[in-house]
Design a protein around this ligand. Structure first.
Ligand code: NBX
Length: 807
């Protein structure tokens, strides 16, 4: 199949260097003497991009000529992070690029670090989409990712006196090196207006229209064998501006349509725990979904003329309900434009659509007020009513899409998809038994499990060169594309010499992190201490609060016996809170307040430190994960759909302390229960416990240790300038504690001490860490994508034999 073409080294001396200089001159208009850091970084990026293009073209051509079925992955979020190292690694040019840049007198690492971290996502859901794009390309599955080219990605977080403040993110302030603008690929997207019904036909007359314009980023997989496209939509005004108004001097009216267009892709919504801009969010969802559906239909009609063949050519995957309007939009086009009967259109659309559920939290399930959806998308509301009628006529006991004046997007997505998938085994069971229990009874074969995965290219090969080199030396270089091979490392868990090398790689990463923390946070940490890391969005169910309470309890314990044989720890936190999520912001502030006291305590400062660098993002994860000894996966059982950070840590040789939640369950099965610090109530026990009135108070009353911690916080021990600062947070634990911090606190504390003890046994710890790396090959997103391809999409690889290889 298509491969990256590498200019022959004998023909040209140092082609990469020449290419960088050529880009500097002809793409950036600079010579080496006057080039700034930005110019060098752009020249390097453009040179790497050039090396992707041939493979990308050939893949696209092969998909067209082979009439291959394509996957369309619709996602509001793609959390791609930086790309220089990712691209260089995938096409095997890391060493060459570094050498060329060095020869040109530049520092490669500085160039790499100059690249903005493309944060077009909030967290796990967006990062999963990015890992899936990498695996689709690596497996040679013809695919397109569709999303929004937000002008501002996820906000930048800063701490002022310990409190989170948000600043706009500006990744597009400079030119984005990797994309190709496609002004000729534009679609009109309408909003509002009315629907005209005439002789049984409906016609939608939108009130306003914007143009969706494509920006394409090539996504080339491992060793450049196949390339797909990430197509992000940007909005443009349909009419540039109203010259008549302008000439009258009414400049605001003149640019009204421009303003709407700009607003639509202005900013990524910081998850839906905030109550803002509902209408705009709905418009964003429709904007990118409609553009994507238009685009895939245009492609379909290049080599088909019967719309009924669409399910053989297109598998459309909805990453959560955000693009769920795809169902009604496709039906609208089939009925209003292609003249199909409603029933046939619904069935045809369903055969194309799959829906991935990522949450059971009721507040995160999308519901639109019917009046709002009807105002923005009047024809779609009519179609949703037809979908509802059709469902009710077949299944009169079916849950409703339209319910108490709301449109339930979960039910809509379920009913319009031929397969609905959960993202871990436990989550899938809970999807069947809770949110979609009634729909599951009616459609017992629709829900399937595809446990999440992570790309081993970014999350081991690139972010952890020390460990990668060691692994390659031991088992060869096939593992990045066949991660199950890591299981061969299990043999080495009794080899003392190898374990020492394994831990030496960890040590390199811990030293790198220690230097970074010293430089950026001004905190000295000891690489010999246990690095205990919790990085993820701040949310009550993820229980960062339990982690900081346990930290205080440990601190108390040291004070009670300062000469005890304590295992030194560095507690590292990273993560952002949704701007409107007050409790999450209080938790951030508490962590920072506690850090202020503990880090300056002369008695404990060599034994316990807290580090919370602001603005956690993909790049920071790439540094923290390889340096971690202990991975905190401590959510209330039943709440974390899967988690993917948990997989990244285990892959990089960290042990997990965690509950039986999400994919932790499967990780523990794979690495072995003896290599996992398990504690806490199970999902069933959580449900049971909640039915007991006053369960939190009862649990706290039984835990003197927790009582003391809560009393210290309530008395202002960590906020002397405002002792009442955490009254609500503490009061809520006593009286409600919906996420059962109180019930799991003591077992968590005890398991932490077991981890302390285990960490002192350096060689058995090393063996446990190795067993984590060796055990998690199954969590490669290549395995996940093979599962989707087989069970949901019914697509194959365009690279012969690839899917069968290790299916
Ligand atoms: O999706 C996450 C889950 O919480 C994780 O357990 C899971 O591993 C991951 C991938 O399946 N969900 C998530 O990240 N959600 C969001 O970021 C989100 C974004 C916008 C929104 C609602 C949720 N409106």
């Amino acid at each position: 199949m298509a491969r990256v073409t590498r200019p022959d080294r004998q023909d040209r001396t140092d082609p990469m260097k020449e290419e960088i200089l050529a880009h500097l001159r002809y793409s950036l208009g600079k010579d080496a003497e006057h080039a700034a850091l930005y110019d060098w970084r752009m020249a390097l990026s453009l040179s790497l991009r050039d090396r992707m293009v041939d493979s990308w073209y050939q893949s696209t051509k092969a998909s067209y000529t082979g009439h291959k079925k394509r996957v369309y992955y619709l996602s509001m979020e793609f959390l791609i992070g930086r790309l220089i190292e990712d691209v260089a690694a995938n096409i095997g040019l890391t060493d060459e690029a570094r050498a060329a840049v060095t020869e040109l007198g530049q520092d490669y690492d500085i160039l790499v670090h100059d690249e903005p971290d493309a944060a077009l996502g909030n967290g796990g859901l967006g990062r999963l989409a990015a890992c899936f794009m990498d695996s689709l390309a690596t497996l040679g599955i013809p695919a397109m990712g569709y999303g929004i080219r937000y002008e501002h990605g996820l906000f930048e977080q800063d701490f002022v006196e310990g409190q989170q403040i948000e600043k706009p993110e500006t990744w597009l302030a400079q030119r984005h090196a990797w994309e190709f603008e496609r002004p000729e690929v534009s679609y009109k997207i309408g909003f509002g207006g009315h629907v005209q019904h005439h002789e049984g036909k409906a016609k939608w007359h939108p009130h306003e229209t914007v143009l969706a314009t494509a920006f394409d980023t090539p996504v080339v997989g491992w060793q450049g064998r196949w390339g797909n496209t990430l197509r992000l939509w940007s909005a443009r005004p349909q009419k540039e501006f109203d010259l008549a108004s302008f000439n009258r001097g009414d400049y605001l009216a003149a640019s009204r349509s421009e303003a709407l267009a700009r607003t639509i892709c202005r900013v990524l919504y910081p998850d839906d725990t905030t109550e803002s801009g509902k209408e705009l969010r709905l418009k964003q969802e429709y904007f990118f979904t409609a553009a994507s559906i238009h685009d895939l239909l245009r492609r379909f009609f290049i080599d088909h003329d019967d719309i009924r063949a669409l399910p053989d050519a297109a598998a459309i995957q909805l990453n959560d309900t955000h693009p769920a309007i795809a169902g009604p939009e496709l039906v609208r086009i089939l009925v209003d434009i292609h003249g199909l009967e409603m029933a046939e259109a619904i069935e045809l659309a369903r055969r194309c659509l799959g829906y991935t559920n990522h949450t059971l939290l009721p507040e995160a399930l999308e519901r639109w007020p019917e009046w709002l959806l009807g105002r923005v998308l009047p024809r779609h509301l009519e179609i949703i009513r037809s979908i509802e009628d059709s469902q009710q006529s077949h299944h009169p006991d079916s849950p409703r899409i339209l319910d108490h004046g709301n449109v339930n997007m979960g039910e809509l997505a379920f009913i319009m998809a031929h397969k609905v998938n959960g993202v871990s085994a436990l989550h899938t069971d809970l999807v069947k038994s809770t949110v979609f229990a009634d729909l599951h009874r009616i459609h017992p074969n629709r829900i399937v499990n595809q446990t999440n995965g992570i790309t081993p290219r970014r999350w081991l090969y690139e972010c952890n060169p020390a460990l990668s080199k060691l692994i390659t030396r031991e088992i060869g270089d096939a593992w990045p594309a066949d991660l199950d091979q890591l299981s061969r490392l299990r043999d080495r868990s009794g080899d003392h010499g190898f374990l020492q090398e394994f831990m030496a790689a960890k040590r390199v990463n811990k030293e790198r992190l220690s230097n970074w923390v010293q430089e950026h946070c001004g905190i000295a940490i000891d690489p010999d201490a246990m690095f205990d890391v919790q990085i993820k969005r701040i949310h009550e169910y993820k229980r960062q609060l339990m982690n900081i309470l346990e930290t205080i309890a440990f601190w108390n314990e040291i004070h009670a016996n300062p000469n005890g044989n304590w295992t030194p720890r560095v507690k590292i936190f990273g993560g952002k809170a949704a701007p409107g999520y007050h409790v999450a912001k209080q938790i951030i502030r508490l962590i920072n307040d506690v850090a202020g006291v503990l880090n300056n305590d002369p008695v404990t400062k060599d034994l316990l430190k807290i580090v919370y660098p602001p603005n956690y993002n993909v790049t920071m994860a790439e540094m923290l994960i390889p340096a971690a000894d202990l991975s905190e996966q401590i959510s209330t059982a039943g709440k974390e759909a899967s988690g993917t950070g948990n997989m990244k840590f285990a892959l990089n040789g960290a042990l997990t302390i965690g509950t039986l939640d999400g994919a932790n369950v499967e990780i523990r099965d794979h690495v072995g229960p003896e290599n996992f610090f398990l504690f806490g109530l199970t999902a069933a026990e959580v449900t049971e416990r909640r039915s007991h009135h006053g369960y939190a108070r009862a649990a706290i009353e039984q835990s003197p240790r927790m009582q003391k911690v809560l009393a210290q916080i309530a008395e202002g021990r960590f906020s002397p300038e405002e002792p009442s600062r955490y009254h609500d947070l503490v009061g809520n634990l006593w009286d409600h504690d919906h996420f059962l911090v109180s019930c799991d606190f003591d077992t968590y504390f005890d398991m932490q001490r077991r981890a302390d003890e285990a960490f002192t046994q350096t060689s058995s710890w090393a063996a446990m860490a190795l067993n984590n790396t060796a055990g998690v090959g199954w969590f490669s997103s290549d395995r996940t994508i093979r599962g989707y391809a087989r069970d949901i999409w019914n697509v194959g690889s365009a690279i012969d034999g690839e899917l069968e290889q290790s299916a």
